[in-house]
Design a protein around this ligand. Sequence first.
Ligand SMILES: CC(C)(COP(=O)(O)OP(=O)(O)OC[C@H]1O[C@@H](n2cnc3c(N)ncnc32)[C@H](O)[C@@H]1OP(=O)(O)O)[C@@H](O)C(=O)NCCC(=O)NCCS
Length: 318
Amino acid sequence: MQALPVAVMAVHEWHRCAPDVMAGLYAAEDRYWAEALFWDTSRQWYEVERARETGALPGVVVHDAAGSVTGWGFHLIEGDTLHLGGLVADNPATTEALVAAMESDGDLRGAGTRCCFVADRAPGLPDVLQQRGYELDIFHYLVLSLAAPQTSPQCLSPVSISAWQTDANLALPALFQKTYPRRIARYFAPHDAPEEWDRYARNLLEQPGCGVFRADLSVVARDAGRVVGTAVITGLDAATAHVAQLAVEPDMQRQGLARRLMAEVEARAWAAGCSRVTLLVAGSNAPALALYRRLGFRPHGRFVAGYRGTPEQVRLAV
Ligand SMILES: CC(C)(COP(=O)(O)OP(=O)(O)OC[C@H]1O[C@@H](n2cnc3c(N)ncnc32)[C@H](O)[C@@H]1OP(=O)(O)O)[C@@H](O)C(=O)NCCC(=O)NCCS
């Protein structure tokens, strides 16, 4: 049996944890997300607890010698992909123990691909992931404080920016797939499969994981009726509009479309009583970082993402 580091005395599956202990852990996260990220996650913790109780969502809890919880997290296996989620820890040894426990469950259940996308709540997580062979990506959480919008100059482009209509739902998976560089896309669709993109787009519109979809704030760019760009907006709390997705078709880029989409989003968010716009952007996404810097977004936190393909996927990617 492998010895546990001193700071980690025991690692348990989380279904053995009492609901009141879990309630305390969720409450601490709820506070963190609200205060640091302007993100109301109360509904998510409710859903997580239901899934924990029914056994639908596996997870682990780490205790120290005094029996106090020093960390916890959950994981999900979809196809052959192990998704690590909600990693929270007090110290690096706990982070290591959490990841090790989740990975061994992934091994047992034959998940060859590993994917992690979490708020930076576990000390040492980037090192732990890299030591375990993951490729690491840091996503910056950016915030823009809204001010009364200026009137935009007349635009002569044939591409129109308009309110969300449901036909855009169907256009999203293909638009995302052709727009995103693979390095970033793998966090949305680990194998670039059409059904993964369909599920990702559907989740964005129907599930609260990236905030609750707001059709009133989301906008679409059309060229002769065809969807060529979009800003998919969710609400994180009453005052916060979140850019869950911004994408412009490759052959329409560098024509000011993203800037126009974002100007429309800002105007709509302001009119709806929001005081800020937030988003997540990969540190490797130079075009998007340049765009957001120009629009006045400022760094406000970070998320840690890691990906490890099967040996076969790694070989094919070389
Ligand atoms: C990021 C993205 C939405 C930009 O769309 P776009 O319509 O090409 O952007 P715009 O033409 O409005 O560019 C506005 C400004 O952003 C910056 N910018 C945009 N693309 C850039 C690039 N490739 N390199 C450097 N700066 C860039 C520039 O400052 C640009 O102003 P300029 O053209 O006057 O120099 C587009 O590249 C895209 O869809 N990328 C893939 C999806 C993605 O990464 N989305 C963002 C998720 S966080």
